[in-house]
Design a protein around this ligand. Structure first.
Ligand SMILES: NC(=O)C1=CN([C@@H]2O[C@H](COP(=O)(O)OP(=O)(O)OC[C@H]3O[C@@H](n4cnc5c(N)ncnc54)[C@H](O)[C@@H]3O)[C@@H](O)[C@H]2O)[C@@H](O)CC1
Length: 450
């Protein structure tokens, strides 16, 4: 068994309802699912335990607890000390959290909350069975703000989206997966993104083969955002990258650090991929009708999103664009403005929020944050399992927008959804470093990825 992330391929995700259906059908021909689950848990527990102490197994009232009890029998048979109880033994070598899994349907009771606190405090690593107890499988939210923070989670039968988005990654720890020998017999409710790909560069290609990007943004004092987006598009391989910095004097260069970047205007570049909004301030609202009407492919970020949120005519203009020609890249607050709700409403179900926004504005939506979501009309939503806190820095969103623009310039026939999936996963994987990654360094890592 291997840790699941980073994945070598795209993987299907199933919400609670789909997992239940798959389980019910599988049980008809594979009645020993719980035995298989318990065996998988016991094997992983043996590999993860630290020290000679007993393995503390915390079993709940349902089948999640059943998995824990099967694991306990197998470990005991193997000569390993175990302790099944709600309170810890002396110096446990590992905790197996089999309190609550897929059946979680309310905030943990006071007794369960006390057990969760004890698991957390006992000092041993925690292996969660299927889901960290208290974590909602569909959304990655902690029911009642009380959920186990596991060091490892072994997902069983299906992978659930809540392990990967919202608060999920903070509770799951290292993710493992055992399908228990069952092949899902229905379509996934979401996809976990696989390794990103880079556009091919033919030996005979020249800069004209790799498209044009026009970055529009960078109001006074915020020009760095537009320049970061432009540098990212350039590093991605776009043939020519232009910046239209709002209010820049006519004789100033586009970017003193990157002489490859050129000044440009919409009127001269009607076929470019537009990357609009980075550091743009309120002034971008004035340019939005022309940009939305003219450019065949658009990545819309930051202040351009706020302009759209504030103007019903701009929302209509987004809806009227050709299918698969527009990507919006909101963070949760921008998404909340676009959906006229608050951030908590977005975060409590990120997959649903991104899907609803994509439906309302008929475009592709990248909802940023831990477990970025890519949603488009008619497409199965995708989740990224990559990225981390190193990306929580100023400018990393600008880099994403520019990178998407660079990818699209080189693949003009690709639909918005495919570009968004490629770009989000590349951005996330390049951002997996300890500590903090400045946006400029992120561009370097992306450029040399993989
Ligand atoms: N049926 C099978 O053969 C298999 C079951 N599996 C395991 O079974 C789990 C699902 O089992 P269940 O459907 O029994 O669900 P759970 O074991 O997650 O829990 C259901 C029970 O917990 C109670 N409960 C829910 N929320 C509670 C709360 N906040 N406080 C106190 N009690 C609460 C419910 O009333 C119910 O009694 C999966 O997560 C997985 O671990 C898998 O191993 C696959 C095979």
């Amino acid at each position: 068994m291997h840790p699941l992330l980073p994945t070598q391929q795209s993987l299907p995700l199933f919400n609670v309802a789909a997992s239940r259906r798959i389980e019910a059908r599988a049980l008809l021909h594979t009645p020993d699912l719980m035995a298989r689950a318990g065996l998988a848990v016991a094997k992983l527990a043996l590999a993860l335990r630290r020290g000679p102490g007993p393995i503390w197994i915390v079993c709940g009232p349902g089948n999640n607890g059943g998995d824990g009890r099967v694991a306990e029998q197998l470990l005991t048979r193997h000569g390993v000390g175990t302790h099944i109880a709600a309170t810890p033994p002396e110096q446990p070598a590992l905790v197996i959290d089999a309190l609550l899994g897929l059946g979680l349907n309310r905030a943990p009771s006071a007794d369960m909350a006390a057990t969760i606190t004890a698991m957390q405090a006992c000092g041993a690593p925690i292996l969660a069975v299927d889901l960290p107890s208290g974590l909602l499988a569909d959304t990655g939210q902690a029911a009642g703000n009380c959920a186990v923070r596991a060091d490892h989670t072994l997902a069983l039968l299906t992978l659930k989206p809540g392990l990967l988005t919202g608060e999920g990654r903070a509770h799951t720890g290292q993710l493992w997966f055992d399908d228990l020998g069952v092949t899902p017999d229905e379509p996934p409710t979401a996809l976990l993104l696989g390794p990103p790909t880079r556009p091919d560069r033919r030996p005979t290609s020249h800069k004209g083969s790799h498209g044009e990007v026009l970055v529009v943004g960078g109001a006074p004092g915020m020009q760095g955002a537009a320049r970061l987006a432009a540098r990212a598009a350039l590093a991605c391989g776009a043939g020519r990258v232009y910046v239209d910095l709002l209010d820049l004097a006519a004789d100033e260069v586009a970017d003193p650090v990157r002489p490859e970047l050129m000044r440009g205007r919409l009127s001269r570049l009607p076929q470019a991929v537009g990357v609009v909004g980075c550091g743009a301030g309120h002034g971008i609202a004035h340019d939005m009708p022309g940009l939305l009407h003219t450019l065949p492919r658009l990545v819309i970020d930051a202040d351009a999103l706020n302009a759209i949120a504030a103007d019903a005519d701009l929302q209509d203009a987004v809806r009227r664009r050709p299918p698969a020609s527009t990507v919006l890249t909101p963070h949760p607050l921008e998404a909340a403005r676009l959906l006229a709700c608050d951030v908590a409403s977005i975060q409590c179900d990120r997959l649903a929020a991104a899907t609803e926004l994509a439906r309302q504005l008929r475009c592709t939506v990248v909802l940023k944050g831990s477990g970025s979501v890519v949603a488009s009309p008619g497409e199965c939503p995708a989740l990224s399992g990559s990225g981390g806190p190193a990306l929580a820095t100023a400018g990393s969103g600008d880099v994403l927008a520019g990178w998407l623009g660079g990818l699209w310039a080189q693949q003009p026939d690709a639909p918005a959804h495919a570009i968004a999936c490629q770009g989000v996963e590349a951005h996330g994987r390049a951002g997996e470093v300890p500590g903090v990654l400045c946006a400029g360094d992120l561009i370097d890592r992306l450029a040399h990825w993989p």
